[in-house]
Design a protein around this ligand. Sequence first.
Ligand SMILES: Cc1cc2nc3c(=O)[nH]c(=O)nc-3n(C[C@H](O)[C@H](O)[C@H](O)COP(=O)(O)O)c2cc1C
Length: 203
Amino acid sequence: MLFDFTALPRDVRSKLMHSTVVPRPIAWIVTRHASGQTNAAPFSFFNVVATEPPLLCVGISARAGEDKDTLANIRRSGQFVVNLVSNAQAAAMNATAPDYGPEVDELAKAGLVAAPSTKVDPPRIADSPVAMECELFQLVDLEPGGAVVLGRILAMHIAEEMMLDVNRYYVDTPKLELIGRMHGGGVYVRTTDLFDMPRPQAR
Ligand SMILES: Cc1cc2nc3c(=O)[nH]c(=O)nc-3n(C[C@H](O)[C@H](O)[C@H](O)COP(=O)(O)O)c2cc1C
């Protein structure tokens, strides 16, 4: 079947995109409100997109025509931390997803411990296996309250026990036990079904 995205309504486009482009990694973003309050929320319209400069992107949709707290905080401060989500953190990540007001600290709500960042003001989630300190590189405004955020990665924390060989920058990727988002409202995937396939050479 062919689905004409230039003619389909938004909710249908969204349904088709969410249920086909899978699995999506999850950016568990920590930002800080002007009041000093920390804010955390998950976003699966996310990936790394460039290495020079090192960039990641996050798609944040509008909430009733306005910025979600994460987007408002990034606009104001230009800083955020992207934490990756391990299998053990799935429930805590989900607990930070409801549309709480800006006065709610989702980290406290989910019983999460914050650890200080080194280059940006918002903290990272202490037990996330990987956390990336980011500064805003470019913000592409879409509809009111909706935007694509391009973030420049300034520093990456990787839990020491996840390193196979620090001197060669080898990470024990399966040990990260990251989860991804699948289809529907609440289907996720574990990164445990691996297979090897060496890349063929042109000559
Ligand atoms: C796994 C998961 C992935 C999500 N991905 C996105 C996303 O890519 N974009 C988005 O706008 N909202 C996404 N959401 C919804 C936001 O997390 C939710 O709107 C949250 O309340 C925003 O919080 P904030 O207002 O503190 O920024 C996702 C929710 C979950 C549970």
